[in-house]
Design a protein around this ligand. Structure first.
Ligand code: G3H
Ligand code: ZN
Length: 276
């Protein structure tokens, strides 16, 4: 058994590997992601977004379940709070034992993002917690796609120096919540950002990327690769197949079992692809 591992991103960065970070909505997602990682024999990040915590009514039940799965896993599993816009939720996550958080101030003006992120870093670093922040908003969170957004390397360097963050989410061509894998990333910009930032880079909205684009993004210098929508598409399609085929189904395990298996298989495949 392994404990929650906040340094997985730093370790992948040092090794030049990509690290899959997959979003947990339901307990079944977390079980599938850990099963896929165990089959691939590779580390993984289980991430819970502020929106997912809101869906459940609070962070604690789903975070506690993820921490328990991480402890019992046969591979290293980090539990991460994703896209927290409320500082109070970051503090709650840290108090629950979550040792990796993303504070998302990307919608704020630059100076406000710096100030708010710096405060989060101070709180988290005093408690052994890894901090990811975002600069240059990756669109799509509100349903509005903005694949044209770009993070400037000079701003990335200044932001990291001013805040002390451990990892930086950057805008390089992806957009959140894409249901087809047709986006492309600016590999030259990734290389320049990796050089300028000096900390691991995080790719959000990675569901919009093909296998080739994912591998290319890692080769160019991306470390943590966030994928959510793509797995939800597979999960829901597998459940729908059962529900469409048999309208008499009552037990949720009948459609959640194949849904969970579909996610586990894809997590195993993606982790191997990203690790190179
Ligand atoms: O923070 C989560 C990711 O950026 C997931 O984005 O749903 O487009 O894969 P996605
Ligand atoms: Zn994201």
């Amino acid at each position: 058994p392994t404990a929650d591992r906040p340094r997985l991103v730093a370790e992948a960065h040092a090794a030049g590997r990509g690290l899959g970070a997959f979003n947990v909505v339901l307990l079944e997602h977390a079980e599938a992601i850990v099963a896929g990682a165990e089959r691939a024999e590779l580390p993984v990040v289980l991430q819970i977004s502020q929106n997912a915590a809101r869906y459940h009514g609070s962070l604690e039940p789903i975070a506690t379940a993820c921490l328990a799965l991480a402890r019992e896993a046969a591979v290293a599993v980090a539990v991460h709070l994703d896209h927290a816009e409320e500082v109070g939720l970051v503090h709650e996550a840290v108090a629950l034992g979550v040792r990796s958080v993303m504070f998302d101030g990307s919608a704020l003006p630059y100076e406000e993002n710096v100030a708010a992120t710096r405060d989060v870093v101070t709180h988290c670093h005093a408690r052994g917690t890894f901090v990811e922040a975002e600069l240059g908003e990756v669109g799509g969170k509100d349903g509005v796609h903005a694949p044209g957004a770009r993070t400037r390397p000079d701003e990335a360097a200044a932001f990291v120096a001013a805040t002390g963050v451990d990892a930086l989410a950057v805008a390089v061509g992806t957009s959140h919540a894409m249901t087809s894998r047709v986006a492309t990333v600016d590999r030259d910009l990734i290389a320049r950002l990796a050089q300028a930032a000096g900390v691991p880079l995080v790719l959000h909205g990675s569901s919009g990327l093909s296998d080739d684009e994912l591998a290319g993004a890692v080769a160019a210098g991306m470390t943590k690769i966030n994928i959510s929508t793509h797995l939800n598409g597979l999960f829901t399609a597998a459940a729908r197949e059962v529900l469409d085929a048999d309208r008499a189904v009552v037990d949720p395990r009948r459609y959640l079992t194949p849904a969970r298996a579909a996610v586990a298989a894809e997590v195993e495949r993606l982790l191997r692809l990203l690790a190179g």
